[in-house]
Design a protein around this ligand. Structure first.
Ligand code: FE
Length: 291
């Protein structure tokens, strides 16, 4: 799970991600040689994909499912070569993947987004972290985030988010824009003619949440409302209690296109909302039990 805010390195962590490569550039990127992956890494990648792909059939949105095929994210070769995936993306939506050692400062991550570059972590979780990981690894990034970068509208949304979030910092609204990222890029659901589907990377890369987000009675599922979203607290370390549902990527892009300066002022004047709280004005799709 990652929000731009949570990409700040955690000094307590002893993950391999903390080892900065000697040739790392000031923007935290480096040239990663996929030959560094071990046969165990590739085997674990297959295991993660073999578990996740069947779960996502009929649960993830068609745009995502098509994209993992188009980008050949799940291949016999194991962990895909990011350079190959990046080349395809560059030709389709102008996005590039740049390799980073793990968590990087939020401001650097956002600057990459603003230049249509996705900072992709190289290392893969260990077997005892199959189900939950606090920090992004290559499975979360490449299987979760990267596929939708091949969708033209979502690709534009991501860049727009990067630019908006850089501006938000100057307006002391990082917390508010981080919630937008969390409830869309990481944990977003989308309404389709076939029913609710998943597009958020935190969900598609989690076996448990892929089922829970759509089928559990516990969480609220609410229609998109940007100001409401920016008021809402969320869980960093557990299944979400509220999801926001977009009607289309076009709707998401259009509703986040306006200058947020006025929105921030409105949100700051209102109380924050608990993770399970409901308001009479909510566009309720399902009201959760909350427990
Ligand atoms: Fe993430």
């Amino acid at each position: 799970m990652t929000s731009p805010e949570s990409r700040i390195p955690n000094p307590a962590s002893r993950l391999r991600a903390d080892t900065h490569p000697p040739d790392m550039r000031p923007d935290y990127t480096f040239d990663f040689d996929p030959a560094n992956y071990t046969p165990e890494d590739h085997a674990l990648w297959h295991e993660l994909c073999d578990r996740q792909k069947p779960l996502l059939k009929g649960r993830a949105c068609n745009e995502y499912l098509r994209a993992i095929e188009d980008l050949n994210i799940v291949s016999a070769g194991g962990i895909p070569d990011m350079r190959r995936v990046s080349d395809i993306l560059e030709k389709t939506t102008g996005w590039k993947l740049v390799t980073v050692p793990g968590l990087i400062p939020g401001s650097v991550f956002l600057e990459h987004l603003s230049k249509r570059q996705f900072a992709t972590t190289w290392w893969l979780r260990s077997r005892d972290q199959m189900d939950y990981l606090k920090e992004p690894d290559v499975f979360h990034d490449l299987f979760g985030h990267v596929p939708l970068l091949s969708n033209p509208v979502f690709a534009d949304y991501m860049q727009q988010f990067g630019l908006g979030a850089m501006k938000a910092k100057g307006l002391k609204a990082t917390k508010l824009i981080t919630r937008l990222y969390w409830f869309t890029v990481e944990f977003g659901l989308i309404n389709t003619p076939e029913g609710l589907r998943i597009y958020g990377s935190g969900i598609v890369s989690s076996a448990k949440e892929s089922v829970y987000s759509l089928e559990s009675k516990v969480p609220n599922r609410l229609g998109l409302d940007i100001i409401r979203m920016m008021r809402t607290n969320y869980r960093y370390d557990d299944l979400q209690r509220t999801y926001f549902v977009i009607d289309s990527f076009e709707q998401l892009f259009e509703q986040t296109r306006p200058d947020f300066t006025d929105f921030y002022a409105q949100v700051k004047a209102l109380p924050e909302l608990g993770e399970s709280e409901l308001l009479p004005t909510d566009k309720i799709i399902t009201a959760g039990t909350g427990y």
